[in-house]
Design a protein around this ligand. Structure first.
Ligand code: PEP
Ligand code: MG
Length: 530
């Protein structure tokens, strides 16, 4: 919670880049290449501004901005556009970056949409440098709650952190870097408060209640006293949660469950460490490669996961094979234009279709990493025993081939399956002996049980009513798993629903995996249970 006066920021996202012809394309190319180090320097300054209050790891977000500025593909295409059309650098850079932004935006994935926002911010910064404008800054001169239509990380970093009490935006999403940074700074914030920047006026007294997802205004003295008391108490409790989250959480009677993190990037792994994750319960590897323009090589796989695993090198981590397709599309895979992509060629179905380019390098990377780290391999979208046999055989084949090459992979890491297709969820006995562990993917399971597309807001109301059936299925599956001494966990959204926590412990589940920032509260809740 935060209490304070509002300051409403105007939206300065609009800018113009009219095309102009030039007699000297080389000069425009020089202008463009000279603008890039200026942008890098600006990013460095922004990073330094935040460095006082932000842990070192969180600042890694700024490395990705520098990488965006230096993206060789964008640079090359911009230069050839200037060269071919004798046009101005700001126009060329705008056009090329727009192409990349639009590709990311077309994919129905909140994470990628956010990467598009990041690229927009970088694009705007470079264009302003090229046009000779001062990169816009709006600052705070007294403690305030900032209200804006949306705010990017550069604008956020320019604010005097000492005076930033809270943040409310009309647009923006939970996977957005702005939200990652404000969260890391410990600043209360609310995103997607419809028309907030129009309805709230500068100097309005506000309370941000992020726990209940609401803003209070028009406060009287009594309200102010009450909210201030609540804020002091909350701060004390959260500090305690964070301190206590490091280490296993036990119920009063000594039961425990691993509270794990769902991770899709290096930044998430940093969060996982900070919030006391007992390991990574689901590494959505496909999220690491959405932005590329070519298939990730074995080396890229290894390098990417190594950085992530090195954040928590002692723990055991579950790495999932690529789950591309459905709403996670990439430019290097053809868009199959299926009518029902969630039921079509996704995950391993796609993986086997492009085996040499997609699955093979990843399996090999996993096997090589298994010699260095405690990892488990998780197979998405298993529908029947043929699927399971096919992937088990492929992994064994790669092991054999690697051993021929002298790798000495003597023991395979545990291989488990996502329980996210009803045919698996209702028939544990058919799968229990073949896989080493099971992880309930309640997001997909809910959409398949309710025949309600999880990406379609019009039917999303159906998804919550799958809870009852899913709990029933997990309970039944857990009985079989325990009998066969197999591990069972949950990695869909249901895992962090406190309402079911006592039941998960009762079922003797091995783990629940969730967004890293939810871990401290869930661990605190476990400690309150009998
Ligand atoms: C799930 O389906 O519940 C799951 C965890 O996987 P994803 O959300 O990546 O499909
Ligand atoms: Mg799934």
């Amino acid at each position: 919670m935060a209490i304070g006066k509002a300051i409403v920021f105007e939206n300065r996202d609009k800018y113009k880049t009219p095309i102009k012809t030039t007699a000297n394309a080389n000069e425009e190319i020089n202008n463009f290449t000279n603008a890039l180090p200026v942008a890098i320097e600006k990013i460095e300054i922004l990073k330094r501004n935040l460095a006082i209050n932000l842990p070192k790891d969180e600042l890694e977000i700024f490395e990705s901005y520098s990488a965006m500025v230096n993206d060789p593909e964008v640079i090359e295409k911009t230069i050839s556009l200037i060269d071919n059309y004798n046009c101005n650098a700001d126009f060329a850079y705008y056009e090329i970056s727009k192409e990349f932004i639009e590709t990311l935006e077309q994919i129905d994935d909140p994470y990628l949409k956010q990467r598009a926002e990041d690229l927009k911010m970088i694009s705007k910064m470079i264009i302003e440098i090229l046009q000779g404008n001062k990169y816009n800054s709006q600052d705070l001169s007294s403690p305030s709650i900032v209200v804006a239509e949306k705010i990017n990380t550069a604008q956020l970093a320019e604010l005097n952190q000492e005076y930033l009490l809270g943040l409310i935006t009309s647009k923006g999403g939970i996977t957005d870097h702005t939200s990652i940074i404000v969260k890391a700074l410990g600043i209360p914030y609310l995103l997607e408060v419809k028309e907030a920047h129009q309805k709230i006026k500068t100097n309005d007294l506000l309370v941000i209640d992020s726990k209940n997802n609401c803003v209070h205004h028009n406060l009287n003295k009594k309200d102010i006293g009450r909210f201030n008391g609540q804020i002091n108490l909350d701060q004390k409790i959260m500090k305690k949660f964070m301190r206590d989250a490091q280490g296993e959480a036990f119920t009063k009677s000594g039961k425990t469950i691993n509270v794990l993190a769902n991770v899709g990037s290096l930044e998430d792994a940093v969060q996982a460490l900070k919030f006391g994750a007992d390991g990574i319960g689901l590494l959505r590897t496909e999220l690491c490669f959405l932005k590329r323009s070519s298939f990730p090589s074995e080396k890229t796989h290894i390098d990417t996961y190594t950085k992530i695993l090195d954040k928590l090198p002692e723990k055991t981590h579950t790495l999932r094979l690529l789950d591309f397709g459905s709403d996670k599309k990439v430019s290097y895979l053809p868009d199959l234009k299926e009518d029902n992509p969630a039921l079509g060629n996704r995950a391993l179905r796609l993986g086997f279709y492009y085996y040499k380019k997609l699955l093979k390098p990843q399996i090999r990377a996993f096997l090589k990493l298994s010699k260095l780290y405690k990892i488990k391999i998780l197979c998405p979208m298993i529908a029947n025993n043929q699927d399971l046999d096919q992937i088990l055989n492929a992994i064994k084949l790669e092991q054999k081939e690697l051993n021929h090459l002298g790798e000495e992979i003597k023991i395979l890491p545990p291989i488990g399956i996502m329980v996210e297709i009803p045919n698996v969820a209702v028939n544990p006995e058919n799968f229990i002996s073949k896989a080493d562990f099971f992880s309930f993917g309640t997001n997909d399971l809910a959409q398949f049980l309710m025949a309600a597309d999880r990406t379609n807001e019009d039917v999303s109301r159906y998804l919550a009513s799958a809870d009852h059936s899913i709990i029933h299925l997990i309970k039944n599956f857990a009985k079989h798993a325990k009998k066969h001494k197999k591990e069972i966990s949950i990695c869909g959204e249901l895992a962090s629903n406190k309402k079911y926590l006592a039941q998960f412990l009762e079922m003797n589940l091995d783990g629940i995996s969730m967004s890293p920032s939810l871990i401290p509260e869930i661990k605190a809740e476990i400690k309150l249970l009998d």
